[in-house]
Design a protein around this ligand. Structure first.
Ligand code: PRX
Length: 655
């Protein structure tokens, strides 16, 4: 790690925007000055200019009860109206909102007028199924237009969506449905992935059947099913409804009602340091303001000419803010793609960019690194000259991948914005502003106007330029999480207890001599695998829930492609070992089990069967030492181990 940091900090390449880009840029340098003179005034102006309010707000921020912020509290708005109707009313109804590309090659474009009509119908269907403001709706869908339509229909009613990534298992879905006490689940028969249909409805059926004693029973009254995969599904006539039947029968008229700015908009579960995922709560007015502001300024959006593509799935925060809310609030034209990057051929993404003349492209470093491995020949077969801006998100981007992205994908001219943010921050917090900032490969660079960031030591003192520490946000921001669903104490403890008045992000960071921020990865027991957050504790508890396992420890080990990879060390129960099972079989069974418990993304890359785990005298597992083993390094300081011979035994086992 320290070797890597040193390499990073010797990066002295700089890329200034072209004169032409700078001359036409949406953002301007005055934004920084305006926000530093009057931060709240700056956000109030953005909220008034970018969002249409039914009742204008008079108070920008209420921070009288920290850490519970209220932004624009006495204003009212309808989030879906802001993403739809108002663009139609402004004469942009014929502009394409979504170019949908299905994995098997089918495609469909929806204009703002068409998307608005669909959302109105869907809102009427949801009302008919008893959904009212404040009710929770779980969404478990592939990347198809209905995913966006469903989110907006829920938002239109002032209800709260909880999107669950389609790659999560029935168990993960069930615990999320229970935690939020969802009334309705919107799913599909299946979606296309890697050339075949991957079923979704069976997971919903399983989640709703085997409810055991896990939580509130039977909160779900209906399941609305989109037909996409055409796979056969079981049907519960009391509970299940086909989306297409219901929408066809619904009225296309629906007037959006306004709700208070702090009305909950969505819950999105993310991994924390304990086994139980946290339901991150976001509300309406502040979230939409920062989503729209960042989407417009960070991506230099010219809504009447750009074609924007963010490759994230709506199951993640990036899909919420930069597929659904930011782009649609700004009236952008965007591409959504259902499938995997390499299906049916490894050039699929580049083919899509050529087909739709995508001009703004936003993806994750892990994808860039896997394309790098395949070589430049593949992207070179396609015309990528429409691209004029590139974005990166989800994990640190190493300078080599940054340079490859710039040269091979961006034609050596497109600025790259490396955007740091989190599920909790709701929208981008640290990024270059294209047309203004000289970019630096590997650094996320500067806090956006109106955002206050610092890097501090363990006691909360700023470390200053040239030093490393912990990343904090020092002032409340409009799209900040408003809490953890049902657990205000965990909210306080996780983010605010460490420094009192500063938000603790959980990331290590370093300021270089120019004051630019370099992100160094998580400092807690959260892993980042292909830009997805996974908790070591959650995977450990999945492993020990299997009858084979006596004890388990999980670490994130660096991986060339995925950033980090899940590596597990397990102790198998004597009784199981006595049955002389082959180690390979145990490993395979446990990998599958983790896939079933959490989802395929959580399956360990490697599972080592060991006899002991390194523990301190107080019984805490020393993951640092296991990470040394997993990364093939010499073992670090073992003096605090209860039994100092353990590491030697483990290394021999693993070796
Ligand atoms: O460690 C940081 C990393 O991803 C974490 C947030 O994960 P999640 O809530 O799933 O949201 C991902 C998409 C916003 C952060 O704590 N991270 C995110 N963006 C970057 C990053 N690390 C370095 N550079 C980034 N640009």
């Amino acid at each position: 790690m320290s070797n890597r940091i040193d390499n990073l900090l010797h990066e002295d390449r700089r890329f200034a925007p072209s004169d032409e880009f700078a001359a036409n840029a949406v953002a301007n340098a005055e934004l920084y000055a305006e926000a530093s003179d009057d931060r709240l005034g700056f956000w109030a102006r953005q909220a008034r200019e970018l969002v249409t309010w039914e009742k204008p707000f008079t108070q920008t921020l209420d921070w009288s009860n920290p850490p519970f912020a209220k932004w624009f509290d006495d204003g009212t708005l309808n989030v879906a109206y802001n993403c739809l109707d108002r663009h139609v009313d402004a004469g942009n109804g014929d502009r394409v909102a979504l170019h949908f590309e299905g994995e098997p090659g089918d495609s469909r474009s929806l204009t703002y007028a068409e998307l608005t009509a669909e959302v109105k119908r869907a809102a009427n269907v949801l009302t008919g199924l008893g959904i009212r403001a404040g009710d929770r709706v779980a969404i478990y869908l592939p990347m198809i237009p209905e995913a966006v339509i469903a989110m907006l229909a829920v938002a239109r009613l002032g209800a709260v969506h909880s999107v669950v990534f389609g790659g999560f298992s029935a168990d993960s879905l069930r615990s999320r449905i229970d935690d939020a006490a969802a009334k309705l689940v919107i799913t599909a028969d299946g979606g296309w992935r890697k050339g075949k249909v991957s079923p979704l409805k069976p997971a919903v059926d399983a989640a709703l059947e085997a409810r055991g004693d896990l939580g509130p029973q039977d909160t779900v009254t209906n399941v609305l099913v989109v037909k996409r995969g055409e796979n056969t599904v079981d049907w519960n006539p009391e509970r299940d409804r086909w989306w297409h039947d219901e929408l066809a029968a619904a009225s296309p008229d629906h007037t959006a009602e306004a709700f208070p700015a702090e009305n909950p908009l969505f819950i999105l579960y993310t991994s924390g340091t304990t086994g139980k995922p946290k339901g991150i709560l976001h509300t309406s007015g502040g979230y939409l303001t920062q989503a729209a502001f960042t989407h417009k300024n960070v991506f230099d959006l010219h809504a009447d000419s750009d074609v924007y593509w963010c490759t994230a799935d709506i199951g993640w925060i990036t899909g919420h803010t930069y597929v659904t809310y930011g782009p649609l609030a700004n009236g952008a034209t965007q591409v959504i793609y259902e499938g995997t990057p390499d299906s049916p051929h490894p050039g699929r993404w580049w083919e899509i960019i050529e087909k739709y003349k995508v001009s703004i492209f936003y993806t994750a470093p892990t994808a860039i690194r896997s394309f790098m491995k395949l070589g430049r020949k593949i992207p070179k077969q396609f015309d990528l000259s429409s691209l004029r801006l590139l974005g990166s998100v989800g994990e640190p981007i190493n300078p080599e991948a940054w340079m490859w992205y710039r040269k091979v994908i961006g034609g050596k001219t497109a600025p790259i914005v490396d955007t740091w943010w989190q599920t909790e921050t709701g929208a981008i917090m640290i990024s270059a502003l294209p047309g203004i900032t000289e970019t630096k490969p590997g650094s996320a660079q500067v806090p956006l106007p109106g955002i206050a960031i610092d890097v501090v030591d363990d006691d909360g003192n700023p470390v200053g330029e040239g030093n490393g520490g912990l990343l904090v946000v020092t002032e409340p921001w409009p799209s900040m999480l408003r809490g953890i669903w049902g657990d205000p104490e965990r909210f306080q403890e996780t983010y605010w207890e460490k420094f009192g008045d500063k938000y603790f992000a959980g990331d290590g960071a370093r300021l270089d001599d120019d004051g630019d921020v370099w992100l160094l990865g998580r400092v807690d027991d959260v892993m980042n695998v292909s830009g997805h957050r996974l908790s070591t504790a959650e995977i450990e508890s999945a492993l020990v829930s299997h009858p084979f396992t006596a004890e388990a420890a999980v670490v994130g080990a660096s991986d060339e492609t995925t950033g980090q990879a899940v590596v597990a060390f397990v102790i198998i129960k004597e009784s199981q070992l006595e049955e002389s099972k082959a180690v390979e079989d145990i490993q395979a069974v446990l990998r599958t089990h983790v896939g079933e418990q959490i989802g395929p993304i959580a399956r360990p890359r490697q599972i080592f069967v060991v006899n002991e785990l390194p523990k301190t005298r107080s019984g805490k597992i020393m993951r640092r030492l296991l990470r040394d083993v997993a990364e093939g390094r010499e073992i670090g300081d073992t003096t605090t181990l209860a039994d100092t011979t353990v590491m030697q035994i483990i290394t021999e086992k693993v070796g």
